[in-house]
Design a binder for this molecule. Structure first.
Ligand SMILES: [Cu+2]
Length: 466
């Protein structure tokens, strides 16, 4: 994949200040371990024509992409150079929520280092991301710039025969931003209620960047790393978007949609069949999430220029993940209500376990938004299969780790508690809401000796044909 596209190939877009925003992904060498260093630091960086103080991973906006192969172990030597504590959350990955892995209860004090270490699960290649998860400081740290993409590559990307391996593979981290004078706009009291938003949309740190396709098939791995802005994405030419994956997991087959609502923390992989003559523009339409939201100064997200005329044709794959068997029997049902700053009527309290579950079981959770604006639900460690929205079956089969609920909506999800055990959290992914208490603690105990095994693949049946 990326290795064949050697050089940086991005044109500056509106408001951009230099070249280089959306590079093709490069696979790491095939080795058992990948050792990387990363820091979080305060730096001044050119943004929207100003030198703005930002908090950045590796001094970059977004943070440097972490790219691994399935089965590779990442040793990430992380140093906190911020004036306050922080930590890392590896969003969407089914890795241990404990120890040196995705342990969000860790706190790394200013000036100290910590080495994270975990193995990218085999069979779960996809688009993920990382961001801080120190409770109470998540929203301000993310708003100041701390977020980066994380990609796990698998057979689809590494087998040269696969169409996806011949796609021009690009990681695009999206977020919005607002300046106040020459600095990043600080949180105002009302931002904690609404969620902090800004009128400029950045794709890999730039407004409306332009890139030239290197292949007739472009794979855009979109990450919504905004604190609160939901992105209603579409093609400017009105043609449908072709979805390949959601929240890191390939769909059974490519799925055409008119537009795509990508709420904070969600990811979507799009496939774009390019012709040698047509440009493709991606736009963000206005979305009403139940609170007044600043309109974007430009609806342009990014633009892709056609590939060179001699770029070989790459067919759009007809099958991606293929058929997956239906989930195991639901063994337990729960209801979770979401409202401003509470889940099931109570705010987060550190140390209190709100839900106890068991590995090896499937649970069906009924999520109910009893509030007056959109809220989202994100569960760490275990992804889920959405079953229904307001009683209607989910339109196609997928796995998610974050799902949006409009006011009054009811969403049912099936969660197979596969493999991992330990204590972690679930929360609203409007970052301000999570910090203010829309979060709970779940502890998953080991499988009981008599419980039936739950298959990793057993959670997503092939979409119903209608
Ligand atoms: Cu919320």
């Amino acid at each position: 994949m990326g290795a064949m596209f050697g050089r940086r190939e991005v044109l500056a877009g509106l408001g951009a200040t230099g070249l280089g925003a959306i590079w093709p992904l490069a696979a790491p060498a095939a080795a058992e371990r990948v050792v990387r260093t990363l820091d979080a630091r305060v730096v001044r960086r050119r943004l929207l024509g100003r030198d703005v103080a930002l908090w950045l991973y590796g001094g970059r906006l977004p943070g440097p992409p972490l790219v691994l192969r399935e089965g590779q172990t990442l040793e990430l030597r992380f140093t906190n150079r911020l004036p306050e504590p922080t930590n890392l959350h590896f969003h969407g990955l089914r890795i241990p929520p404990t120890g040196r892995a995705d342990n969000i209860f860790l706190e790394i004090p200013p000036g100290e280092s910590f080495t994270y270490e975990w193995t990218a699960p085999v069979g779960e290649a996809g688009t993920y991301w990382y961001h801080p998860h120190r409770h109470g400081l998540i929203a301000t740290q993310m708003w100041r710039g701390l977020a980066g993409g994380l990609v796990v590559l698998g057979p689809h990307e590494l087998d040269p025969q696969s169409p996806l391996a011949r796609a021009d593979d690009r990681l695009v981290v999206l977020r919005d931003v607002a300046l106040a004078g020459a600095e990043l706009a600080p949180h105002a009291p009302r931002d904690w209620h609404k969620g902090k938003e800004g009128p400029w949309l950045l794709a890999n740190g730039r407004v409306a960047p332009v890139l030239r396709a290197r292949s007739r098939l472009v794979r855009l791995r979109l990450v919504n790393a905004a604190n609160a802005r939901s992105l209603r994405l579409a093609r400017a030419d009105g043609r449908p978007l072709v979805l390949a994956a959601l929240d890191g997991h390939l769909l059974a087959a490519p799925q055409e949609v008119e537009e795509l609502l990508l709420v904070p923390a969600q990811r979507a992989d799009l496939l774009l069949a390019m012709t040698p003559t047509e440009r493709v523009k991606l736009i963000a339409r206005h979305y009403n999430r139940g609170v007044p939201t600043p309109r974007l100064h430009s609806s342009r997200v990014l633009e892709i220029l056609p590939p060179p005329a001699d770029a070989p044709a790459v067919p759009l794959p007809r099958v991606l993940a293929g058929h997956r068997p239906p989930p195991g029997p639901v063994m337990r049902r729960r209801t979770l209500t979401l409202a401003m700053f509470t889940l099931n009527g109570r705010p987060y309290r550190p140390g209190r376990v709100d839900i106890r579950a068991q590995a090896g079981t499937v649970e069906r959770w009924r999520l109910v938004n009893v509030g007056t604006m959109d809220h989202s639900f994100h569960l760490h460690t275990w992804f889920f299969r959405p079953v229904s929205r307001n009683g209607r079956p989910w339109p196609f089969d997928c796995r998610l780790d974050t799902v949006n609920l409009r006011p009054g909506e009811v969403v049912e999800i099936d969660i197979p508690f596969v493999r991992e055990t330990g204590r972690t959290v679930y929360h609203c992914h409007i970052a301000e809401h999570g910090d203010r208490g829309m979060m709970g603690t779940i502890e998953v105990g080991p499988a009981l000796p008599w419980s039936a095994p739950v298959s990793t693949d057993a959670i997503c049946a092939f979409p119903r044909r209608r």
